[in-house]
Design a binder for this molecule. Structure first.
Ligand SMILES: C[S@@+](CC[C@H](N)C(=O)[O-])C[C@H]1O[C@@H](n2cnc3c(N)ncnc32)[C@H](O)[C@@H]1O
Length: 268
C-alpha cells in the first residue's frame, strides 16, 4: 500500500479533527463561500472544512487518500442531511479523475501539504481550478514555536532519519517554496498571497489526555511512539509532549491551544 495512505489510515484522525472543528468553521466563514460555488477540499479528512463549506451552500467534493476518513466524511454528511457534498478517495499528486477547471475554489487545510511530490500537487491544484478561481492552503510552518511544528520537531527527534530525497511536508510552510511550486505550475508570483493565521485545538480533557489521544489516534505520533519504544524511550517522548501541551494550554479547565499556520491564497 502507498505509505502516505498507510500513515493516515493508521489510528483514527477523526478523533484529533474533533478538537479542530471551531477553527475549521471560522476559516471557511472567512474564505468567501457563496451558494452553488464548486469547492474541492483536498486532503479533506472527515470534513472539518468541507462540511461547513457545504453548510454555507457550496457544492463540495472532499478528496482524501485515507479510505477510513472518506467513509467518516460521507457518514457525517449523511447524519447532517447534506446532499451537496460527497467524499471520495484520491491522491493529491494525481487527480486525473477530475477535469481541468472544475472548481471555483480548491481548499487544502493541512491536507495536500502531506502528499509527496509537491510540484505535482501544485500542478494538480492549479489544473482543476477554474481560470479566475482560487486555491486556499493552510500549511504548518517549520520551526514555528507553536503546537504542531513543535509536536513534529519533538517526534522527529525520536524517529529514524528520513530517507534520502524525502521532501518534508513542512516545506509547504516556507513562502519561497510555495512560490517556486506554484510558479512552476504556471501561476504568476504576484497572484500568490500569504498571511499568518491561527488554528485552535479545543479539547474537553486536560493537556495530558490530548497527548494520549494523539498517541492513540494520530498516525505520525503513533509512529513516533513506536520508534521511541524501539529505543525504550516512550516515557521520555510522552513527558516532552505533555510538557509542551501543558505549557501552551491557555484554558483554566480543559485544553485550548493555538497553533500558527501559513495561509496561502493563489488566484488562478
Ligand atoms: C492533518 S490531516 C487534515 C485533514 C483535514 N483537512 C482537516 O483539516 O481536518 C491530513 C489529511 O491529508 C490527507 N492526505 C495525506 N496525503 C494525501 C494525499 N497524497 N492525497 C490526498 N489526501 C492526503 C490525509 O489522509 C489526512 O486526511
Amino acid at each position: 500500500m502507498n505509505a502516505n495512505q498507510a500513515l493516515w489510515e493508521k489510528g483514527d484522525f477523526t478523533r484529533i479533527a474533533a478538537s479542530m472543528r471551531d477553527s475549521g468553521e471560522a476559516l471557511v466563514r472567512d474564505v468567501g463561500i457563496t451558494e452553488g460555488m464548486k469547492v474541492l477540499d483536498l486532503g479533506s479528512g472527515d470534513g472539518t472544512t468541507a462540511i461547513p463549506a457545504a453548510q454555507l451552500g457550496a457544492d463540495v467534493l472532499g478528496v482524501d487518500i485515507a479510505s477510513n476518513l472518506v467513509e467518516a466524511g460521507n457518514r457525517r454528511a449523511q447524519e447532517l442531511g447534506l446532499d451537496n457534498i460527497r467524499f471520495q478517495q484520491g491522491d493529491a499528486t494525481d487527480l486525473s479523475e477530475l477535469d481541468d477547471g472544475s472548481f471555483d475554489l480548491v481548499v487544502s487545510i493541512f491536507g495536500a501539504m502531506f502528499a509527496p511530490n509537491p510540484f505535482d500537487v501544485a500542478k494538480e491544484m492549479v489544473r482543476v481550478t477554474k481560470p479566475g478561481g482560487r486555491i486556499v492552503m493552510g500549511n504548518w510552518i517549520p520551526n514555528d514555536p507553536t503546537l504542531v511544528a513543535q509536536i513534529l520537531k519533538i517526534s522527529a527527534s525520536y524517529s529514524p532519519a528520513a530517507p534520502e530525497g524525502f521532501v518534508s511536508p513542512m516545506t509547504w510552510g516556507v513562502e519561497d517554496n510555495v512560490v517556486e511550486r506554484f510558479t512552476a505550475a504556471g501561476v504568476p508570483a504576484e497572484n500568490i498571497g500569504f498571511q499568518r493565521d491561527t488554528y485552535w485545538f479545543n479539547f474537553a480533557g486536560e493537556p495530558a489526555e490530548l497527548v494520549e489521544s494523539f498517541r492513540t489516534y494520530y498516525g505520525p505520533t503513533m509512529n513516533a511512539f513506536e520508534a521511541a519504544a524501539a529505543n525504550d524511550r516512550e516515557d521520555d517522548l510522552r513527558a516532552e509532549l505533555e510538557a509542551l501541551f501543558t505549557e501552551q494550554n491557555t484554558a483554566d479547565a480543559g485544553t485550548s491551544i493555538p497553533a500558527t499556520f501559513l495561509r496561502v491564497t493563489v488566484s488562478r
